[in-house]
Write a protein of this length. Structure first.
Length: 151
């Protein structure tokens, strides 16, 4: 793996460098599905490994990104979308701090981050239409051979 890329993994991934892989609807955290929190996953081969970035959206609005190597149990880096500033806060090492808030086994909100970065996102009752986001890059399914897939 090129030494230059090892340094770049700590930077926010540019999705135009990746291929769209898949979308998960109502992402599950701690065994609880978060209605309306969807994730698009993008991948890019780097040497003999795959780098993956997840773009998370609530009701179509991006909340955060997390990225790392396919097959590893945890994220390498993450960043939170700051809608007031129109930019990302981060990147920060490791997985994002996400805490589902629930009652009676149903998630009604989740919190991301801590301190000044902490934001609470309320989960709506119904699915809203996806908003086209210019930060997405391409959304074509990847054509990487199955041999590169690691679970």
């Amino acid at each position: 793996m090129p030494a230059a890329f090892i340094v770049e993994i700590g930077k926010l991934p540019q999705l135009t460098d990746f291929s769209f892989h898949k979308t998960l609807l109502d992402v599950d955290f701690d065994g609880l599905p978060v209605t309306g929190l969807d994730a698009d996953f993008y991948r890019r081969p780097v040497g003999d490994r795959l780098l993956s970035v997840g773009v998370y959206r609530l009701a179509g609005a991006e909340t955060h990104r997390a990225w790392g190597w396919v097959g590893e149990p945890h994220c390498s880096w993450h960043a939170y979308w700051n809608p007031e500033a129109g930019r990302f806060d981060g990147p920060f090492p490791g997985c994002p701090e996400l805490r589902p808030l629930h009652a009676d086994g149903k998630v009604y909100a989740f919190e991301l981050g801590s301190g000044r970065l902490r934001r609470r996102h309320l989960v709506g009752a119904g699915r809203q239409a996806r908003v086209r986001d210019g930060r997405d890059g391409d959304r074509e399914a990847d054509r990487q051979p199955v041999a590169l897939e690691r679970v």
